[in-house]
Design a protein around this ligand. Sequence first.
Ligand SMILES: [Zn+2]
Length: 227
Amino acid sequence: MKARSVVALTGAGISAESGVPTFRGGGSAVWKGMPFDQISSARMVRENLPEVWEWFDYRRGVLRDCRPNPAHFALAEWKRRFAEFTLVTQNVDDLHRAAGSDDVIELHGNIQRSRCTRCGKSFDIAGIVPHEPDRCDDCGSKVRPDVVLFGEMLPYDAFETAERMARKCDLFFVIGTSALVYPAVGLAEIAKHHGAFLVEINPEETPMSDVCDVTIRAKAGEFVPLL
Ligand SMILES: [Zn+2]
């Protein structure tokens, strides 16, 4: 395969192979009697930020035991393999960075960062549980998780860059995501529309499978390093 510009979009599946719970669906979707989409919402940030932090610090505590898997490490190498490589993720767990990818486009933010609710300054809180600092050291306002919550828009810059790369790439990988979450699914469609070859790597059939040119039924951690 001789591709000049390559994009890989990753989702929950690649993280699940590192033991990261998806926190959607199943038993973990409720926190203190509150459904996931309620505790992780823009409204909760306004109404009860300490509770939001309790939930996110809990999740960050779970992540302390999670390490990148061979798929994360292989993708970190792809930057050297292709003339142009763009890594786009829907995951917030920071595992791509932990594996050595330093310019990941994070569509949903990053759980290991906090952000000032007033001036927007961000803080690296990787490994600090509970989060610290609690307030912005510039303006003194409260900080919140730097994650896209229910009721919020995707970060404009991140999505715009991802969209631009999807338009110009000739090879687009959809890895470990059903891409059901809009607008991520739109990226694959944009790539296809502009002539890219679409490859899906997922142990299960997804709504993307029919759209992709090649579908590989495999775990990312087992297959991506072989590519
Ligand atoms: Zn601030």
